[in-house]
Design a protein around this ligand. Sequence first.
Ligand code: ATP
Ligand code: MG
Length: 452
Amino acid sequence: MKYNLPDQVKVILENLEKSGYQAFVVGGAVRDLLMGREIHDWDFTTDAKPDEILKLFPNAFYTNKFGTVGLPSDLGIIEITTMRKEGVYRDLRHPDQVSWTQDINQDLARRDFTINAIALGKGKALSVKSEDLTLIDPFHGQNDIKDKLIRAVGDPNVRFQEDALRLMRAIRIATQLNFEVDQNTFDAIKQNADLIKKVSWERIRDELFKILESKNSYEGILSLRESGILKKILPELERCFGIVQEGPKHDREYDIGEHSLLSLKHTPSPNPLVRFAALIHDIGKPDTVFVQKDGNVTFYGHDVVGGKIAQQIAHRFKLSKKQVEKLVALVRWHLFTVDVNQTDSAVRRFIKNVGVENIDDMMAVRVGDRLGGGTQNAVSWRMKEFRNRIDEVLKKPFTVADLKINGNDVMKELNIKPGPKVGEILNTLFQEVLEDSSKNNREYLLERMKKI
Ligand code: ATP
Ligand code: MG
């Protein structure tokens, strides 16, 4: 069979073969090629040793201590790894020893899932003259692609115990491809869910963000929940399931967990951090739930509590300082009022709280929240109007004339005559209000001016 490979890929295969080595495209690239998906990174495996690879490709460099070689190209960094069978795993992440092999089947056997354990190339046994490339698929990955199944290579229990990151990878790859995890493999994930503790939070976060980013994120998070992993990595969200929001006055259809998932699903942003905010925006509710005498359920202060929990979560997932701030702001202020009749200073306060750069993301979270709560229209006319109002306020320079007091107030309150002193006091108050628009209220300013 002929495969349509980019020229650069062919050149790498030919280069290795001309020098007498075996060469294969492997992993995600073969899987995506067979599925007709866009290929975002090309991985190769060969029996050439790292030093030999470096000799053949002068631009290449080592990418890790296990001898993977990186080759810069128009297709991004292409990784060429020497075929290996892996030894005993010590800390569930890093193999104790790497041993090379000449046998592609052994290299494929150490890979995680059958659909990732297919090689495409010309092995030693095959004629080098042949134009055609052959698929080497000892674990019937092609069948599983056809059946849309993620299945561990070999005994799933053993494979998850070797490397617990695979627990997340299984669910992440299933989510991205819209596949199911094979029952036997899924049972092993459940049994070994506790091992996720051995994986670094950075790696867990990377996998989680790939799930959040995916168009099947709703199913992905559900699957994390069913597997028992969610309660290990995000117990705050697990707690939200089973807490109902209904009462005689409210007609909230879903429990908080389900509403959180639906909000994620409907948030119109490709940014995983914003989608994460949508998922955890109500994370403060379990701590603030209160059933009134009349049976109504309230969650007063859940935005404030939620902001604090979001901060803890953000730190746990080792987000950057900027990411922490964004996630916290989006959760803390998700209850913002959509009302064009608010005063300029109220709108300014909202902008300052959320951060100018986060306004559209805050709106996206609200859209998710609305649709995830059963509202049919994503963006109400009130929201559009409010968005325009924000732009208007952003354009409008804030001047001394916008202060809630004026020169007359200063003269009367402090009992002084017209003169430069009045202007000075107004200016000082103006600077303070610029810093914090909540200070722009009469009572405060009248008191404050006495202390200047
Ligand atoms: P994608 O790049 O789309 O996320 P991928 O399958 O290419 O998916 P990579 O992380 O790029 O994933 O890994 C390349 C290949 O290396 C995989 O297809 C798989 O064969 C193997 N692999 C990666 N991580 C593991 C692991 N933890 N255990 C076993 N094999 C793995
Ligand atoms: Mg890849």
